[in-house]
Design a protein around this ligand. Sequence first.
Ligand code: GSH
Length: 214
Amino acid sequence: MQNHILYSFRRCPYAIRARMAISYSNVEVELREISLKNRPKEMYEVSAKGTVPVLITKNKKIIDESLDIMIWAINKNKKQNLLNNKNELELISSNDFEFKQWLDKYKYHVRFPDKTKEFYREKCCYHLDKYEKILSKNKYLFGDSIKITDLAIFPFVRQFAFSDVKWFNCNYNHLSDWLNEFIDSSLFNSVMHKFELWDSNKKPFLINFNSYKS
Ligand SMILES: N[C@@H](CCC(=O)N[C@@H](CS)C(=O)NCC(=O)O)C(=O)O
């Protein structure tokens, strides 16, 4: 029988969140770790946009948006209470379509010289301030237990923080506690192992990330 196949790239924030939801939901996949510089033709054959992650389910459904892969994984394990209402998805949408754009400009400000690094950082802070405010009241972004929102947004906040950790920690108390909890979590670490690049001539590499939890 065919496996669920996941094309992934270890450091991609979208792929990280998809793998975290897959690990959380305890779903086994055939992992195809790729290089973005040398994307396999097999991936383009199923998804012409050529972005990771891409999931091909056992019944051959193609899911090539990370959020949809997360929802697929959560629904496979109905016991998980990660997704309760649509408002959770709204915060993710502003993360993906607004925060992420400013984050890229902040990180690569040298390539976007029409504005300063500080200008781009300020734009990011509009979103980070929102998260900080929520986390000053709740343990997580949607209450006192982990939800899809936390998993979906965490890899992007991590990227922002790593651009200037000292500045981030000085400015965002609650958010840095939240971030560090995820960075230290067995869930995150279960999906960050380094695996060899996929080679179509080798045996399929089946993995349940959950079993890599320490
Ligand atoms: N909206 C997509 C975005 C995925 C995405 O942009 N992934 C990046 C890697 S982090 C990528 O594949 N970039 C290659 C490209 O854009 O050509 C998702 O959520 O899955």
